[in-house]
Write a protein that binds this ligand. Structure first.
Ligand SMILES: Nc1ncnc2c1ncn2[C@@H]1O[C@H](COP(=O)(O)OP(=O)(O)OP(=O)(O)O)[C@@H](O)[C@H]1O
Ligand SMILES: [Mg+2]
Length: 393
């Protein structure tokens, strides 16, 4: 008496005859539906089929029994002789394992984990193959997602590390260069050299150094932000003047690109307690984008304030941003344009969002491809809730 028969006999229904062990066993195999369990005849034709096989592969027993099992393989695997190789391996070693893509009846693929066992009867005669197949598609997808994520994170970490080192390394020679240029300029003035070419060369070099310094500062900011080491200084600032100043700073480059900057400002002053330099930098990042991606169209900056919030709107009528990438543009190194079309590192908005958030403010974007983009900043006039001021309170 086998264990199964024994169990069947003990179900408390002595009136029902216990099924024979083979029946119970085939019932078991039939009803398992997490695994496809089926038999192949020695030639590889399907000889039995269970509920799991139907669920996994989509065929009903009457549709598939008698068909060759190479049907379950993608065409190129079947053509490469994989099915036959699998059976040969099972015959040679008694058993063969495989993981790979298999095809369902409806043509979709699933990632299968397969064990094939060569079956022999009591006399040792080879009778065919037992195949047990599991669908590991979801596990494989999850694993792939995890790998992709890990790879992306590692890449970001590498870039951050590179940025940190590069920006620190660049700062030293830049500082020296700036100092040397200033000395040269001083010398030129003292010698009262009337050479205008020398004067122009020095001015140009100073401008280049300024641009380089801005770039290096921006790289430094990013590495400070991503390591949590950026500190802000909150001080009284008048916002109307600040917005005017930023617009004035960018006037020349806007004109160069064929754009105008229209200001819409409130009548009276707007007092805030912000890190003025950082908000200036934020507006500068947004404005330089509006100029860069604005296609020479007018740009509008609007400031509105109530007792609590300042709302600054920067609107351009440029290339716009596609809806499917708009979520990503605030991430570091993320860009929605090709590098060959527009220069940039994809850092401006990342920094802007961080600086605004450090003021407890927020930054929102609305855009329509081909129509233009509007960024809206909302920043509490009192600055962030968690500064020394509120700690005193
Ligand atoms: N006003 C805008 N109009 C259209 N696209 C924009 C605008 N502002 C930002 N974008 C898109 O968002 C992306 C990210 O902007 P971000 O300012 O962070 O980087 P960048 O301008 O490419 O480079 P960086 O500012 O570091 O020089 C840009 O590459 C661009 O695709
Ligand atoms: Mg930018």
């Amino acid at each position: 008496v086998t264990a199964l028969e024994d169990a069947a006999a003990k179900t408390g229904r002595p009136d029902l005859p216990a099924p024979a062990s083979e029946d119970v066993f085939s019932l078991l195999v039939q009803s398992v539906d997490d695994y496809a369990i089926f038999v192949l005849d020695p030639e590889g034709r399907v000889a039995s089929w269970n509920a799991g096989a139907q669920r996994l592969k989509g065929y009903r027993a009457e549709e598939i029994v008698g068909e060759h099992f190479s049907k379950f393989y993608p065409a190129e695997d079947a053509a490469a002789g994989k099915p036959a190789a699998e059976l040969e391996a099972a015959l040679r070693d008694g058993r063969a394992y495989d993981q790979g893509w298999r095809v369902r009846k409806d043509g979709t693929l699933f990632w299968a984990d397969v064990v094939v066992t060569a079956m022999h009867d009591e006399t040792g005669r080879f009778r065919g193959f037992a195949k047990v197949t599991r669908d590991l598609t979801e596990r494989k997808r999850a694993e792939e997602d995890r790998l992709r994520l890990a790879r992306a994170e590692a890449e970001l970490r590498l870039r951050d590390e590179f940025l940190m080192i590069a920006s620190h390394e660049l700062r030293t020679p830049l500082g020296a260069l700036r100092f040397n240029l200033a000395s040269l300029d001083l010398l030129r003035k003292r010698e009262q050299s009337g050479d205008s070419r020398l004067e122009r060369a020095i001015e140009t070099a100073k401008n280049q150094v300024r641009r380089l310094s801005t770039l290096v500062d921006r790289l430094l900011d990013v590495s400070r932000i991503s390591t949590g080491r950026l500190t802000l200084v909150f001080e009284p600032v008048e916002v109307v003047a600040l917005v005017r100043q930023v617009a004035a700073d960018f006037h020349a480059s806007a004109v160069h690109e064929g754009s105008t900057i229209d200001l819409v400002l409130p009548e009276g002053p707007v007092q805030a307690r912000w890190d003025a330099l950082r908000i200036e930098q934020t507006l500068g990042n947004l404005l330089s984008n509006a100029i860069k991606y604005g296609r020479g169209n007018p740009i509008r900056i609007e400031l509105a304030a109530d007792d609590v919030l300042a709302r600054i709107t920067i609107a351009d009528a440029g290339i716009g941003i596609a809806p499917d990438v708009i979520e990503r543009i605030f991430e570091r190194f993320e860009r929605a344009v090709a590098a060959r079309d527009y220069a940039g590192l994809g850092l401006g908005l990342y920094i802007a969002r961080h600086l605004v958030a450090a003021h407890d403010g927020r930054i929102e974007v609305e855009s329509e491809p081909g129509r233009g983009t509007t960024f809206v900043l909302e920043i509490p006039l009192a600055g962030p809730a968690r500064t020394e001021r509120s700690e005193e309170a």
